[in-house]
Design a binder for this molecule. Structure first.
Ligand SMILES: [Zn+2]
Length: 101
């Protein structure tokens, strides 16, 4: 994966959960990603995106996005934003010793 071993992982501020809620409320839980014709996506937003990737966590640099738009944007940014919100679920399952045979 492109972002493995990256040191550019952005740090989220301590108040991120409340900041995130404020952004979603401000944007009425609607995806703010503009299409090429200027209309907004308008799908139900569940993600909060940094307009300019990095450490600017001001309201002006944050917007609500749906998962699909967020993923697409993250892919375009080379996965740096994806690393930010990505939850690792691919941990190897430890095998219980009693089951090993
Ligand atoms: Zn969208």
């Amino acid at each position: 994966m492109a972002w493995d071993g990256s040191t550019r992982r952005s740090r989220l501020p301590k108040n991120w959960p409340s900041l995130r809620r404020r952004v979603l409320r401000r944007d009425k839980n609607l995806c703010q990603m503009p299409f090429s014709d200027g209309r907004l996506c308008g799908a139900e937003a569940t993600d909060v995106d940094h307009v300019v990737p990095g450490d600017d966590h001001s309201m002006a640099n944050l917007r609500a996005l749906c998962t699909w738009c967020h993923r697409r944007k993250s892919a375009q940014e080379g996965g740096t934003a994806a690393a930010l919100t990505r939850v690792r679920i691919d941990r190897p399952k430890p095998t219980h010793p009693a089951l090993e045979e």
